[in-house]
Design a protein around this ligand. Structure first.
Ligand SMILES: Nc1ncnc2c1ncn2[C@@H]1O[C@H](COP(=O)(O)OP(=O)(O)OP(=O)(O)O)[C@@H](O)[C@H]1O
Ligand SMILES: [Mg+2]
Length: 600
């Protein structure tokens, strides 16, 4: 007798549901995304007991026709794509037609909906995948989905849920992630009848970001808006002084879809290299728009990861865009941007329509008006307008310094405090400079600029070093000999698993060469480029700078202090030492007046 039997469809559905519905927050995500796809401008979410008892999501979107209700909860039934080719250019959040079916398989589900022009609404109830009731219902246009008793028929799954608090945290988090990407839509979130979030549709691009990440982040954030090769990156990145101890405040959207992306996190971190305190993580809200054909959204069960056709290109574009954006401040004439890092800042109304081309097909399916599409147009334009205003002001100031400005930006030195700080006066008020940190940055940038001219100087090893790197890496060495040479490594294959290192960059002679080589190979394999050599170079230069910078308690003359201030003004990244600590702070006269209650 056959040992292999077909599973009962109900069991098969429960297994499939496990992929999509891991916990209450996964349901909240799917329901909000459905509402956004339906063009909602208002979404109200109410959950009880961390979402395990009930989850209800109400929207004012396009609604579902009466005859479509049973299909909405059927597996592989969707209104968002029709044919296999459509998968190559998805612009809606959903496309698989399985989210509601999965939720229905492991809960008691009720959907009630009224399309805008329908005379009345209908509701349908499904328990563990079986339809139990369908009836007319009086309601306003839009859709509400209520999920009760999650995992009532899969107790094993239920046992894996965490505490109410922890499930609720995840729900709050995913709501914020989606709200941040869709600021034109209003959101409310209630738990056990208590309101936790209320976000009205945003009127400015900054408003939603400020709501989620705080006003301080927005005030200090640097706006990014770069375009190259049909890709556009825009959004907010935190100043190097606004960092976190983990990467939880990093929000990234690809064609409007919130995704978690290791590649992007790595690229951004690289861009902050040596202007951020060691072990800290940057905060960012970034949107990448590219042709939908160049990104595969169908790679992850919960659609929270994507794959790029040219991942190296995306990595480099993101890194160079952020690098540029972080370093365009008045004290940075961009000297250290190498040619391959140059990207063209966007101008005027070019607004790349990668998104538009993505929606062309889906327009025919009626999804041109999803909330996400509209929002992105608005948000992108708003960011640019707000951003342009700032850029113009910045340039104006650089080219035509205000007539009233008589002192240099970092002022003239008044004296030294406790052997650690320089006090200076500028047009705005008081400048306090950490003299060791500031000198360290000045020296470091000088060393970098000097060594960039000589950094490819290679040194032949007296005795070539044979390294056993394994077959895979040995092959890679053979394949990438040219790229390795470009970063100063002369290395060749010596045997099935061994390679011979003949020359290395002079400054790295004393490094552990086998670790160096394997780091370089790892990078090349994963990201198509390696900064391991440059990073090590910079590390050595940073140590040299630190050891040679003025020490605590060293008395400086006023002339020496002024010389340091003038050097800082022309040094890139002078606002942070190379460990990422701030080098100076200003206290304006009005701040001081405020402290001393003058004029109040
Ligand atoms: N809030 C809603 N407003 C209007 N239509 C909806 C809503 N929720 C679901 N639908 C309709 O029900 C269909 C099935 O939804 P479901 O979430 O299961 O699949 P999907 O969104 O098409 O794809 P995916 O499984 O990737 O989410 C959708 O294609 C859509 O037509
Ligand atoms: Mg969906």
């Amino acid at each position: 007798m056959s040992q292999i039997r077909r599973l009962d469809p109900v069991v098969a559905d429960q297994i499939a549901a496990g992929e999509v519905v891991e916990r209450p927050a996964s349901i909240v995500k799917e329901l909000i995304e459905n509402s956004l796809d339906a063009g909602a401008t208002r979404i109200d979410i109410a959950v009880e007991d961390g979402g395990v008892r009930t989850i209800a999501v109400l929207d004012n979107g396009a609604g579902i026709a009466h005859e479509d209700l049973p299909l909405a909860v059927a597996r592989h039934a969707t209104s968002k794509i029709q044919a296999a080719e459509d998968l190559a250019c998805v612009a809606t959040m959903g496309f698989r037609g399985e989210a509601l079916a999965s939720v229905a398989a492991v809960s008691k589900l009720e959907i009630s909906s009224k399309p805008t022009n329908a005379p009345s609404g209908w509701s349908i109830r499904v328990e563990g995948g079986h339809e139990v009731q369908s009836r007319p219902t009086g309601r306003a246009a839009g859709t509400s989905v209520e999920v009760a008793d999650l995992f009532f028929n899969t107790p094993a799954r239920r046992r894996f849920l965490k505490t109410t608090r922890s499930e609720l945290n995840r729900i709050t988090e995913i709501t914020r992630v989606l709200a941040l990407g869709n600021p034109l839509c209003g959101f409310t979130l209630r738990h056990n009848n208590r309101e936790l979030e209320r976000m009205s549709p945003a009127r400015t691009a900054d408003e939603r970001v400020a709501h989620v990440l705080g006003g301080d982040f927005v005030n200090e954030a640097i706006r990014v808006d770069m375009e190259r090769d049909g890709m556009r990156l825009w959004g907010w990145v935190g100043s190097p002084n606004f960092t976190r101890s983990n990467s939880s405040r990093q929000f990234f959207y690809v064609n409007g879809r919130a995704v978690q992306d290791y590649l992007v996190a790595h690229a951004v971190k690289q861009a902050y290299k040596d202007i951020m305190f060691h072990g800290r993580h940057p905060v960012f809200v970034l949107f990448l728009d590219l042709n939908a054909m160049d990104v595969d959204v169908n790679v992850h069960p919960t659609k929270s990861e994507v794959r790029y056709r040219n991942s190296t290109g995306v990595h480099n574009f993101i890194m160079s865009s952020i690098y540029r954006s972080l370093r365009t401040d008045p004290t940075d004439p961009d000297r250290h941007v190498s040619a391959d890092m140059l990207t063209t800042p966007t101008t005027g109304a070019t607004a790349t329509s990668s998104l538009l081309s993505a929606t062309v097909r889906q327009t025919t399916l009626g999804f041109d008006e999803s909330t996400n599409t509209r929002t992105r147009w608005w948000l992108r334009e708003a960011v640019r307008t707000e951003h342009d205003v700032q850029t113009t002001q910045l340039n104006d100031e650089l080219e035509n310094p205000p007539a009233t400005r008589v002192l240099p930006p970092l002022g003239t030195a008044l004296g030294q405090l406790k052997g650690a700080y320089i006090l200076a006066e500028n047009d705005d008020g008081l400048v306090v400079v950490d003299m060791h940190a500031a000198h360290e940055r000045v020296l470091y940038e000088e060393l970098k600029s000097y060594s960039s001219k000589n950094e490819l100087a290679r040194q032949r090893l007296l005795i070539p070093e044979t390294l056993d790197v394994g077959a895979q890496d040995a092959e890679l060495v053979e394949e990438l000999a040219e790229s390795l040479l470009q970063i100063g490594l002369v290395v060749e294959r010596a045997g099935p698993t061994t390679v011979k290192l003949r020359e290395v960059p002079a400054l790295l002679l004393t490094s552990d060469l086998s670790v160096l080589l394997s780091d370089v190979l790892d990078d090349l394999r994963e990201h198509g480029r390696s900064d391991a050599i440059e990073t090590r170079h910079h590390h050595i230069l940073a140590t040299m700078a630190c050891h040679n910078a003025i020490r605590f308690n060293r008395r400086l003359t006023l002339d020496e202090m002024n010389e340091l201030l003038r050097k800082m003004e022309v040094t890139p990244n002078a606002g942070q030492c190379n460990h990422g600590r701030p080098t100076f702070r200003t206290q304006s006269l009005s701040d001081l007046d405020h402290i001393f209650l003058r004029g109040q």
